[in-house]
Design a protein around this ligand. Structure first.
Ligand SMILES: Nc1ncnc2c1ncn2[C@@H]1O[C@H](COP(=O)(O)OP(=O)(O)OP(=O)(O)O)[C@@H](O)[C@H]1O
Length: 224
């Protein structure tokens, strides 16, 4: 197997009222290409903090991150976010005054990666693949259910032709039946599209369907 993301001796902490709390302690881990990972751990253990750092939204205090062998400092965090990764959030974070289709098309323009010429057809097809038919794709995203908005958000995450998808509690706002449907889509991302998926979750339902369950505890990641 090939490593897509390598974390090497990451350290990160917060100052809180004059007291320093170390969240990541010499954390090292390797994520393999095409696999579905869930990151579990007690509330406050630092899962969201870790995701922010490995998604290039924040910077570790020390240690190195390599994407396909290249140091993130060399790639640059902006280019890393723009060209290498997609992110799915608990609150969907779609652009509310655009339709599902327009959200996807916008994501296609916000990358330097090659995007097909027939952008609109590809965007419709991608949404349809994830269960959003044309009549829904043409609707303002605020007029879609939570589960439907999350389908659009997952389609948006891969629309820029990236290989690595992060998600933070993507089913946190959804009922159990919808959660199952969303997990099927994450599985599809790895099995059909060959993407690597890294999901932070408290849900056992989600973690049971992942290839690798990893726990963040006392600043380190361990396979369980
Ligand atoms: N900007 C900040 N300044 C100070 N402390 C922070 C900051 N952001 C997060 N923390 C603290 O760092 C710890 C880890 O937070 P984080 O949100 O990463 O945990 P988590 O494992 O994702 O939690 P949960 O499962 O509850 O979402 C918490 O104690 C939190 O209060």
């Amino acid at each position: 197997m090939t490593t897509i993301l390598k974390l090497e001796n990451l350290n990160y902490g917060y100052e809180d009222g004059g007291f320093r709390r170390q969240i990541l302690k010499d954390l090292s881990y390797e994520f393999e290409k095409g696999q579905f990972y869930t990151i579990l751990g007690p509330s406050g253990s630092g899962k969201t903090t870790l995701l922010s750092i490995i998604a290039g939204l924040d910077k570790q205090e020390s240690g190195k991150i390599y994407y396909e062998g290249d140091d993130l400092d060399k790639i640059g965090l902006y280019k890393y976010r723009r060209n290498k990764i997609g992110i799915v959030f608990q609150q969907y974070n779609l652009i509310s005054y655009l339709t599902g289709l327009e959200n996807i098309e916008l994501a296609m323009t916000e990358t330097d990666n090659a995007i097909p010429k027939n952008q609109k057809e590809v965007a419709y097809a991608l949404l349809e693949k994830f269960g959003i038919v044309k009549s829904k794709a043409d609707r303002l995203v605020t007029k879609l259910s939570g589960g439907e908005q999350q389908r659009v958000a997952i389609a948006r995450a891969i629309a820029s032709n990236v290989d690595l998808i992060f998600a933070d509690e993507p089913t946190g706002n959804l009922d159990t039946a919808t959660e199952q449907e969303i997990i099927k889509i994450f599985r599809m991302l790895t099995e059909e599209f060959g993407k690597t998926v890294i999901v932070v979750t408290h849900s056992n339902v989600v973690s049971q369907l992942s290839d690798h369950r990893v726990v963040l505890n006392e600043g380190q990641l361990k396979d369980i």
